[in-house]
Design a protein around this ligand. Structure first.
Ligand code: CP3
Length: 373
């Protein structure tokens, strides 16, 4: 492209993402361990079936994929939880399985049974055909990011996301959710080089995919390594962490003059915190098995921490939800330069009462404000 066209192109891209000054940057500040006046909060899977308005939009869309692949619907459901609760960040409504779908594996969501791939990767021949897809196959995601960002209009920052290569690889090889990861672990122990090829191609794709989300307007990105905790020590580092590091190394860490923080979340990764720091992430997501104060000492305040209330605690009374919230905030300890983003330790259950979520958000804000004075 000639230089003048390149400049015009980048100007136009700039216009697409310029919005009103961010009215609430608490989340982005906490991720960068800058001073904040209260602890910011958002929830994994905050847009979802526990909200009646989500179920309504989903039924209009006809299916989960119909919802997620339509930028208008995706924008609508992304904003829904922010209209209900004063959350400090929005997260793109999409799924970690859009990448293998774009790679041609044929994604479907069977009602009540979760994701299914028509063409899982099982043989060397399947893997030989695997390639980084054209990012235009995922254009609907980037269009949704741009539209959500415009609609938010500075109300809260927007998080983009992808699955970790290992976690996405689990679905690509198993073809569906799995209790024991027997198929992919058989491949890992018998033909590790095949698995490494899958993970490398997926990491390359994920890097491009997250960078496109950033260019479209994502202000932070999160890598969901939901099943990294299923790996043995030593193999986690080789088959999950190494590929998240590959992704982190290739990400745009600054865009349009703004830092783009990266959050890495390995569920069950509490034993590997020191290793996870070496991925180069800005923040580590933690599940509820980890004590935030001890985690903080182990990472030596080199990264921010996100988490880590047990999602099932929302099935307690309002008083107990508030008490558990205070415990998490107390565990993190003196805030000093910030560095804590409140979240659940995994996605919210579809059976959660939204009133408990309201209590959670309120308690995080009111209790932490007292600690930040
Ligand atoms: O956090 C958000 O609100 C953003 C949206 C989001 C979804 N999936 C929407 C979704 C995010 C961040 C994800 C990530 C995701 N998807 C993960 C990693 C996070 C985690 O929970 O560990 C994983 C493992 C998946 C794969 C996936 N998607 C499964 C196993 C299922 C079926 C199980 C289920 O909860 O129904 C999905 C479907 C899915 N993705 C739903 C939503 C709201 C429910 C679909 C529906 O409406 O029927």
């Amino acid at each position: 492209m000639p230089e003048s066209v390149k400049i015009l192109d980048s100007l136009l891209k700039g216009i697409a993402v310029v919005d009103a000054t961010l009215q609430n940057d608490t989340f982005l500040r906490a991720l960068q361990r800058q001073p904040v006046s209260y602890t910011p909060v958002w929830l994994m899977r905050q847009a979802g079936r526990y909200l009646a308005e989500y179920k309504q939009t989903r039924s209009t869309a006809g299916s989960f994929l119909g919802l997620a692949k339509n930028p208008d619907f995706a924008t609508e459901v992304t904003i829904q939880p922010l209209d209900r609760f004063p959350l400090d960040a929005a997260i793109l409504f999409s799924d970690i399985l859009m990448i293998p779908d774009a790679m041609g594996l044929g994604l479907d969501f069977v009602n009540g049974e979760g994701p299914r791939f028509a063409r899982p990767l099982r043989t060397e021949a399947d893997i030989n055909k695997l390639a980084v897809p054209d990012m235009n196959e995922l254009r609907y995601v980037f269009d949704a990011v741009a539209q959500i960002r415009r609609t938010l209009n500075g109300r809260a920052p927007l998080i983009g996301f992808a699955g970790s290569p290992w976690t996405v690889g689990c679905y690509m090889v198993e073809g569906q959710s799995s209790a024991d990861y027997r198929t992919i672990k058989t491949m890992l122990y018998t033909q590790p080089e095949l698995l490494h090829r899958i993970l490398d191609i997926t990491a390359q794709t994920t890097t491009q995919y997250l960078n496109e989300q950033i260019k479209a307007g994502a202000q932070a990105v999160m890598i969901f390594d939901s099943w990294g905790g299923a790996l043995a020590d030593g193999l986690y580092q080789q088959f999950s962490l190494a590929y998240m590091k590959q992704v982190c190394d290739g990400l745009l860490r600054e865009f349009n003059g703004q830092k783009i923080p990266v959050i890495v979340f390995t569920k069950g990764g509490g034993l590997w915190l020191e290793d996870i720091v070496t991925s180069g992430c800005d923040a580590i997501g933690l599940d509820w098995t980890v004590n935030l104060g001890k985690a903080r000492a182990r990472v030596n305040d080199k990264v921010a921490l996100q988490g880590n209330l047990d999602p099932m605690s929302l099935f307690g009374s309002e008083a107990s939800v508030r008490q558990e919230v205070r415990r998490v905030i107390d565990d993190f300890g003196p805030v000093g330069k910030g560095g804590h983003v409140f979240n659940l330790g995994h996605g919210i259950s579809q059976f959660t009462n939204p009133e408990r979520v309201a209590a959670l958000v309120d308690e995080v804000h009111t209790y932490s404000r007292k600690m930040h004075v």
